[in-house]
Design a protein around this ligand. Structure first.
Ligand SMILES: [Zn+2]
Ligand SMILES: [Zn+2]
Ligand SMILES: [Zn+2]
Length: 328
């Protein structure tokens, strides 16, 4: 995430800020300007084109700090949510607020890397509490379903342990699921498919049969030499989604590190994503893991990137700003 500054007093701001802690200005996030902007005393922001913006109506409901075109209306990030917990589901709404914050982060990073999200919607459902329902996290034809109960740290950590996963976060779920959407939009059926199959395999393999195989037999021996996670071995769709999630983990964290002065070379200075991973990310991740260990925390990036994954990451990174492939 890039660094933000207060336009009134020039103090550093964080993406989630709704007010400047230094000068007290009330703030809103402008998706169009990719900036945090001050609201006037009537709660409005007037942009350079004289358009008037208002705080999103979901500020109280989900902590949304974004700007909306209509007074009393909602912002474009909130527009993406098709279903949310019911008004009476207090626990579900608390989980929903955390999940929506992660979703806003996702939208900003997709915008900044040129990924179009037209046609994408979210069902934000809760599997716990009196209102709980069966929720399977996943993507199907532009609909991402998220179990907002994964915002509950104790619950998510328990599931992570049961599944033997090294890493499990709400932002990670969102990055993985949007990877399936990106594959559908930019790879499947287009002229990038042959290159995709050369790296990830034949995506026409029976999905359910492959999942059943994975849960019956586990990942293939030696999987870590060519995959980021055991989960990625299940099917080429999952390998792509895992790779896409790591592309966002790495590019966002490198951007944050550059904005905070932790790395001196701008990520954009690298000619390829492979070079960025080798030159910046791997040494940075080792350093950040050691820093976490100094605080008694788990590793920040508990993964090893084998050589074949560099090629997959490079393929995914070239989709940024690429637009739809030519359909065959
Ligand atoms: Zn300020
Ligand atoms: Zn909003
Ligand atoms: Zn998946």
């Amino acid at each position: 995430m890039r660094a933000f500054r207060c336009r009134v007093c020039d103090s550093e701001l964080f993406f989630e800020n709704s007010a400047c802690v230094t000068c007290g200005s009330v703030l809103g996030f402008s998706r169009q300007e990719r900036a945090i902007v001050p609201l006037d005393e009537t709660g409005r922001y007037v942009d350079a084109g004289r358009w008037i913006w208002h705080r999103c109506r979901n500020f109280e409901l989900s902590g949304c700090t974004w700007l909306a075109r209509i007074d009393g209306g909602q912002c474009e990030a909130c527009d993406l949510t098709r279903t949310r917990p019911a008004d009476a589901d207090v626990d579900g709404l608390a989980q929903f607020g955390k999940a929506e914050a992660a979703k806003r982060h996702l939208v900003v990073e997709l915008d900044s890397r040129g990924f179009r999200i037209d046609g994408l919607v979210f069902d934000m459902l809760s599997s716990t509490g009196a209102w709980g329902e069966d929720v399977v996290i996943g993507h199907a034809d532009g609909v991402i379903t998220i179990d907002v109960a994964e915002s509950d740290d104790a619950r998510r950590e328990r599931i992570r342990g049961e599944l033997g996963e090294p890493y499990r976060t709400m932002l990670g779920h969102l990055r993985h699921e949007v990877g399936h959407f990106v594959q559908q939009q930019l790879v499947t059926g287009g002229d990038r498919l042959a290159a995709y199959r050369g790296l990830f395999g034949d995506e026409t393999a029976d999905y359910q049969a492959e999942i059943d195989r994975h849960y019956a037999e586990g990942p293939p021996e030696g999987w870590a030499a060519s995959y980021l996670s055991a989960y990625a071995t299940m099917h080429p769709f999952e390998d792509f989604a895992e790779t896409f999630a790591h592309y966002l983990h790495i590019s966002d964290t490198c951007e944050t590190a550059a904005a905070q002065g932790l790395v001196t070379v701008a990520p954009a200075a690298f000619g390829s994503f492979r070079d960025l991973v080798r030159g910046v990310w791997i040494p940075l991740a080792i350093a950040l893991n050691q820093i976490n260990r100094s605080m008694g925390k788990d590793d920040l990036y508990p993964f090893v990137i084998p050589e074949p994954v560099l090629d997959k990451l490079d393929f995914v990174a070239r989709l940024a700003f690429a637009g739809p492939g030519t359909m065959q």
